[in-house]
Ligand binder design. Structure first.
Ligand SMILES: [Zn+2]
Length: 278
């Protein structure tokens, strides 16, 4: 399994390219969201791109607006279950500023979605911030809230390294459904009934930080960096992507705007390759 991240012209956005299917391209944008359960998948004309959220999160975190993501199969490498390996590879390869101001999606009005005790909302703000609350019935988790403003480089320090997590007893069932293929102690925090199988945690509240990482990756499907304040409580990929669809559908909620003296970014010409064991 190989992923290559290539530069793209200003204004082209983020596009997946299946090199195993004659270079068929699937734009990383809300209208291509396919099915969403344990991970977010895109589909266009029956061509699938699976588990997009960690890489798209890394692109937002590193400020990449334009890139081609070349894949030779339908699933993105899970690597260590966080966004850190993507971030490191992008920073190592280099980021080029392009001669065109970045277009932000600036929220003009609030939008809230409630579903039972689940909640997600986006409010107008002058920077991009997120606050996530989870309430997970496990002795190491329980109720956790994490808030972060992405405008000051905190993505690298506080979000990128947080790994995905799952219960040991769910892993086998998920593998049988073809989900989290190859999930192991190397690419997820594995929870047992009262502890974890592969300590130590990278952060005491790594679980909720990973939910923020996922949320950033799912909201990346808006196609622009956001100026807004996001609040989520026990949401998941389905609600994240429902929010993307609602925002994209209602043009009265937001406007496109540029910030003076700011340019877009694209990874530099050196392609990066991330490999994963099967
Ligand atoms: Zn995740």
């Amino acid at each position: 399994m190989t992923l290559r991240i290539l530069p793209a012209p200003a204004g082209s956005g983020v596009v997946f390219r299946r090199v195993d299917l004659d270079g068929f391209e699937v734009e990383a944008i809300g209208r291509n969201v396919a099915r969403v359960s344990y991970a977010t998948s895109l589909m266009k004309k029956s061509v699938l791109i699976s588990t997009t959220e960690h890489l798209l999160s890394a692109l937002i975190g590193t400020g990449i607006d334009n890139a081609i993501l070349e894949l030779d199969n339908l699933e993105l490498p899970i690597l260590d279950g966080s966004a850190q390996p993507f971030v490191e590879a992008i920073l190592k390869s280099g980021i080029r500023k392009q001669r065109r101001p970045r277009t932000y999606l600036r929220m003009r009005r609030e939008i809230e979605i409630r579903e039972g005790d689940k909640f997600i909302a986006v409010y107008p703000a002058e920077s991009y911030s997120l606050s996530y609350t989870i309430n997970f019935p496990h002795p190491l988790i329980g109720r956790e809230t994490f808030s972060v403003d992405l405008s000051n480089g905190s993505y690298f320090r506080e979000i990128a390294a947080a790994r995905t997590f799952g219960f040991l007893h769910e892993a086998d069932a998920m593998r049988q459904q073809g989900l989290i293929r190859g999930a192991s102690h190397d690419n997820a925090i594995v929870l047992t009934r009262d502890g974890i199988m592969n300590p130590p945690l990278r952060f005491k509240d790594e679980f909720v930080r990973h939910k923020v990482l996922d949320l950033i990756g799912d909201l990346a499907l808006l196609g622009h960096q956001i100026l807004g304040r996001v609040v989520a409580d026990r949401a998941g990929h389905a609600m994240h992507t429902a929010m993307v669809s609602r925002i994209l559908r209602d043009r009265s909620l937001w406007e496109e705007t540029t910030v003076e003296d700011e340019m877009e970014s694209s990874p530099d010409a050196a392609p990066m390759a991330a490999q994963q064991m099967a």
